[in-house]
Design a protein around this ligand. Structure first.
Ligand SMILES: Cc1cc2nc3c(=O)[nH]c(=O)nc-3n(C[C@H](O)[C@H](O)[C@H](O)COP(=O)(O)O)c2cc1C
Length: 333
């Protein structure tokens, strides 16, 4: 199934946002639903794919993070842990000695192959050739993520079926291969990548059908929206996060690497101001070091990922949101 069948992609959002209800509702209403599986075990990935199919979603994208080349050295780990002590203390959360490991990419990827989704999308770099071939052999279409023309060119040369062009407006982690890579405005990125021989999927700050129509007119084959879905009742968004979204004002998002060691955009809170830790371990170890704090603390120390359009988010049931977006897009197209 070519992804050109879809003009709207509900973005992968790892960390429990992409519930089965969200996936099934988005698919039923005519979007390509994505399941952010970056923090899931192999078993959880297979379970999520099965639940989506049982609910009636035939085509969906499973999404993983390309692993980092190296983790933190002992010294980086120690420094980062020490720098987080005042953060844990101010939130009244005990700083643990041990931190949970993340699932291994190999295990996750095997589960993706076993689940055979219509699409496999990935972020934070390129997929090694043998893994691309393993997907192809199973009829799984491939979507990579690029934040610069250079990254898009490399993905096109690799032979992916679609490239998510993620502008700096996007909520969540910046999908660059370089954890601290520079962001580019989506409109510039679309301009710079025009002419690449691969369908382009625009992402970043798109909140309504008029935004979608604009990027389609600028050459994108589809639009991928994440923040727009955070307020759907079916999404797994935590209550504190929803409240912060409901209060969001324009210009209220900021970028930080303090949560995970990678740049990510969210509603401004303690991670983005003088309370942020002064030393940060490389991704993904910083993510592991901050996870217990983010889980136990209130909104000040949660990761409230959201794009620059956060203040325009609508609290609509997912099917109604997708239908509205597609209708608005047609009216403006
Ligand atoms: C809460 C949240 C989690 C995200 N998690 C992922 C992810 O797991 N994988 C991925 O490729 N992109 C992830 N993204 C980025 C989206 O794919 C997309 O680029 C972004 O949502 C587009 O910008 P917007 O949020 O302004 O619509 C995430 C975005 C958000 C808001």
């Amino acid at each position: 199934m070519p992804f050109q069948d879809f003009t709207l992609i509900q973005a992968p959002m790892a960390g429990g946002i992409n519930t089965t209800e969200l996936t099934v509702g988005a698919a039923r209403a005519g979007a390509l639903a994505s399941i952010g599986a970056g923090y899931l075990s192999g078993q959880a990935i297979e379970d999520a794919a099965r639940a989506a199919r049982d609910g009636g979603a035939d085509a969906f994208a499973l999404n993983l993070f390309i692993p980092a080349e190296r983790g933190a050295s002992d010294q980086e780990w120690r420094r980062a842990r020490e720098a987080l002590a005042p953060c844990y203390q101010s939130a009244g959360v005990a700083l643990p000695d041990d931190f949970a490991e993340l699932p291994a990419f190999e295990e996750q990827f095997e589960a993706v192959l076993a689940a055979r989704p219509a699409f496999f999308s990935f972020t934070f770099g390129r997929l090694p050739k043998p893994l691309m071939e393993a997907c192809r052999a199973r009829g799984i279409a491939l979507m990579g993520t690029a934040t610069t023309r250079e990254e898009a060119r490399a993905l096109a040369d690799d032979g992916v079926d679609g490239i998510v062009l993620q502008g700096e407006e996007a909520g969540g982690h910046r999908g660059s291969a370089d954890p601290r890579g520079p962001g580019r405005p989506l409109a510039d990125l679309l301009d710079e990548c025009a002419g690449l021989p691969v369908p382009l999927i625009a992402a970043g700050g798109l909140m309504d059908g008029a935004d979608m129509a604009r990027v389609l007119a600028a050459g994108a084959a589809a639009a991928q929206l994440g923040t727009a879905f955070l307020n759907c009742p079916e999404a797994g968004t935590a209550p504190a996060w929803r409240e912060a979204l409901a209060r969001a004002e324009p210009e209220q998002t900021a970028v930080t690497a303090a949560v995970s060691g990678r740049f990510a955009r969210g509603l401004a809170n303690a991670w983005m101001d003088e309370r942020a830790p002064s030393a940060v371990a490389p991704y993904p170890d910083q993510h592991r070091l901050t996870a217990p704090l983010r889980k136990a603390a209130g909104a000040e120390w949660k990761s409230l990922w959201a794009g620059t359009g956060a203040h325009r988010s609508r609290a609509l049931p997912v099917e109604e949101l997708v239908a509205t977006l597609l209708k608005e897009c047609r009216a403006d197209g």
